[in-house]
Design a protein around this ligand. Structure first.
Ligand SMILES: [Zn+2]
Length: 269
C-alpha cells in the first residue's frame, strides 16, 4: 500500500495538473455517478492529504475524499488522453491542459467541507506524518493511549500518526536504533528523542526522494558502486539476509500480525 509520502507526491502531481481552472469531472463509481454534475465546471482550490487519504477541495465547499488502499492509483496525462491500463476508471478530472485519473480505488466519496469532521475514517486519524515536528512526535510517544503497546504496533497505527506504513515503520525504528518489540513507555528520554527525530527525518526524506529512505550521501555512494535502485532504497526493509549497512550483521525478517517486519538485532538491540 502506498504510504503517506507516496500519497502526498501523487497529490502534488494531481494539484499541479488540475488546480485553478474549471474542471470537467467524471465520477464512475455507482454510488457517485449521479453526482458528477455537482462538481462539473468548478475550480479545484487544492489537493490536501491526511495520511493516506486525499482531499480534493473544490470551490463552493465541496470535497472529494479518496483513499487508494491497496490498488488505487492516480495518473496524470495530457488533457483527454486516457492512460493505458486495464484498471477500472473511478474518477477523472479534466483541466484545460491536463487530466488526472484515479483508477481502481473504491473508497471515494463526496463531502461538504463542514461535514468532513464526521467522516468515519478521518475522525480516527492522528496528526499527519508529514506535517508534525519532532516535539509533536515526542508528545505522541508520551501519550498514555500508546504507552503499553509495542512500537511495532504503534508505528502502523494511523491514530498515532497518519501516513505510517510498513516500510516507514522498519526504516524509522532502525534509524532510531530501537527494537520493534519495545513498548513505548519503556523508551528512555534520549531514545524517545531519537525516535522522534528519525520519524520526521525519514518521512520527509522519503517524500523528497520518492521513497528512498537511506541517507542521500550513502545512496549516492551505492549508486556509484553500481547498486540498482531497489538495492539502495532502504536500510532494512526488504533486505532480509543482506548485510546491515551499519554493522554487517544479516538483516532479519520477522512476521508480526501478518506483516513483515525487518530489523537488525545488533543495531536495534
Ligand atoms: Zn546492524
Amino acid at each position: 500500500m502506498p504510504e503517506g509520502p507516496e500519497i502526498r507526491r501523487a497529490a502534488d502531481r494531481v494539484e499541479r495538473a488540475v488546480r485553478g481552472a474549471p474542471v470537467r469531472v467524471e465520477l464512475r463509481l455507482p454510488a457517485l455517478e449521479a453526482r458528477s454534475g455537482e462538481l462539473d465546471g468548478r475550480r479545484i482550490l487544492r489537493v490536501d492529504t491526511h495520511g493516506k487519504a486525499m482531499l480534493t477541495r473544490f470551490e463552493g465547499g465541496l470535497v472529494l475524499y479518496s483513499h487508494n488502499q491497496l490498488y488505487g492509483r492516480w495518473y496524470v496525462e495530457r488533457h483527454g488522453k486516457t492512460p493505458r491500463t486495464s484498471r477500472s476508471l473511478r474518477v477523472a478530472l479534466h483541466g484545460p491542459e491536463k487530466s488526472a485519473y484515479l483508477f481502481s480505488a473504491t473508497d471515494v466519496s463526496l463531502w461538504q467541507e463542514h461535514e468532513l469532521d464526521t467522516h468515519p475514517f478521518l475522525a480516527k486519524l492522528g496528526p499527519d506524518l508529514l506535517a508534525v515536528d519532532e516535539a509533536a512526535v515526542e508528545s505522541r510517544l508520551e501519550d498514555p493511549r500508546f504507552a503499553r503497546r509495542q512500537l511495532a504496533a504503534v508505528y502502523l497505527d494511523q491514530s498515532f500518526l497518519a501516513g505510517l506504513g510498513n516500510y516507514l515503520r522498519a526504516e524509522i525504528l532502525f534509524v532510531a536504533g530501537v527494537h520493534p518489540t519495545r513498548r513505548t513507555r519503556e523508551l528512555s528520554p534520549s531514545h524517545r528523542r531519537l525516535l522522534a527525530e528519525a520519524t520526521c527525518a525519514i518521512a520527509r526524506r522519503s517524500y523528497r526522494t520518492g521513497g528512498i529512505t537511506v541517507d542521500e550521501r550513502l545512496e549516492a555512494a551505492l549508486r556509484e558502486d553500481g547498486v540498482a535502485r531497489r538495492g539502495r532504497r532502504h536500510y532494512v526493509y526488504g533486505r532480509a539476509g543482506h548485510a546491515c549497512r551499519t554493522c554487517n550483521e544479516p538483516i532479519e525478517r520477522v512476521d508480526l500480525g501478518g506483516r513483515h517486519l525487518f530489523l537488525c538485532s545488533r543495531c536495534q538491540g
